[in-house]
Design a protein around this ligand. Structure first.
Ligand code: HEM
Length: 323
């Protein structure tokens, strides 16, 4: 990109300057080199890039705005797509903070206030998402939705891999009573045959391997287990609920109690997100008993909201502390 504001040394003399021998340039470089040492090339490059960068370069607006191709000409489909995309961006930030919170609860780098701040951020992001569901609830034509959704085939938000990663890294456990499956592996059944729907089959093909790996690493790489380790110290205590009750009561210090409270809020924030989502699904699918992949969605979504919690020990301890 041509810079018209800076005076050009070429224009002054009409003869190209030999930078390697030019005394002014050498003096300048010597001064800078004394100041920055070996970092000088990096400093100069970063400075140059910073000066020339534009808003679009940094935000990558053209790329971002190239990602909203719709499958139909229905006006509202763009809203539907953009809303899903913004949700995935917030999910990305939630995962960013989950990872920082986990690192901060690690024994070697224990920093409970940082972990608390991350969980507070997560709760703020979920609150934004729950509030913004009015865009889907009140701002979409049901009539149009029932037509353009046909273009989505068997795809569904059920297949959001980031959402599943959030659940795992928060602390969601597989169900030992069901061959150690994720709870959602028992969902997305065909509404009439009860067989796994294509929505589930395709999702497992694409993501189950990675999600199982995340799950295998959840001890200690999950909020739930990191918090329990931080609260129990080196010796793991078999009575986790008692330890969690102690943590919440403040007997293990104010910092751990505050973090425990924020994690409980996070559990509620996920349920609140699911509740708002259920309201949206119920409104838009009122006249359509089947999910996009012919799924038994109504039964599944209300069950998923009620049963799944990421911090069961903290939930049980909360009851004890309250009583
Ligand atoms: C008109 C709007 C929406 C409708 C009608 C709808 C419908 C559904 C249905 C029927 C399911 C159950 C699974 C299935 O049968 O496919 C589901 C699950 C899900 N949807 Fe949506 N959805 C909507 C908006 C969204 C948005 C904006 C997101 C954001 C990413 C989203 C993410 C999810 C997730 C994560 C699940 C799995 C929930 C769980 O396992 O508890 N959905 N959705």
């Amino acid at each position: 990109m041509e810079n018209t504001h800076r005076p050009s040394r070429l224009a002054k003399s009409d003869t190209p300057v030999d930078w390697a021998t030019d005394p002014n340039t050498q003096r300048l470089l010597n001064d800078l080199s004394a100041r920055y040492g070996e970092r000088l090339p990096d400093v100069l490059e970063a400075d140059m890039l910073r000066r020339e960068i534009t808003y679009d370069d940094y935000i990558e607006t053209p790329t971002l705005l190239s990602l909203q191709q719709t499958l139909t000409d229905y006006h509202d489909e763009l809203i539907f797509k953009v809303y899903h995309q913004q949700t995935e961006l917030w999910f990305r930030l939630i995962l960013h903070e989950i990872n920082r919170a986990i690192r901060s609860m690690n024994a070697e780098s224990l920093d409970l206030p940082v972990a608390t701040e991350s969980v507070q951020r997560i709760n703020r992001y979920f609150a934004v998402l729950a509030h913004s569901y009015c865009v889907m609830l009140d701002g979409l034509s049901v009539e149009e939705f029932l037509v353009y959704r046909k273009a989505f085939g068997t795809s569904s938000g059920f297949q959001s891999a980031q959402f599943r990663a959030i659940e795992i890294l928060a602390g969601m456990e597989k169900d030992p009573a069901h061959q150690g499956e994720f709870y959602w592996e028992r969902a997305a059944r065909h509404i009439t045959t009860g067989e796994p729907a294509m929505t589930l089959i395709r999702f497992k093909e694409e993501h189950l391997h990675h999600l199982n790996k995340l799950y295998a690493g959840r001890a200690p790489h999950s909020l739930r287990i990191s918090f329990m380790n931080a609260a129990t110290g080196a010796a793991p205590d078999p009575d986790r609920v008692s330890i969690m009750a102690e943590a919440l009561s403040g007997a293990k210090g104010a910092e751990i109690a505050t973090l425990g409270e924020e994690l409980l809020k996070m559990d509620d924030a996920i349920v609140e997100w699911k509740l708002q989502h259920l309201k949206v699904a119920a409104k838009h699918l009122k006249r359509a008993p089947k999910g996009t992949g012919e799924t038994n969605w109504a039964e599944y979504l209300s069950k998923s909201m009620k049963e799944q919690r990421c911090f069961p020990e903290l939930q049980a301890a909360k009851g004890r502390v309250a009583s």
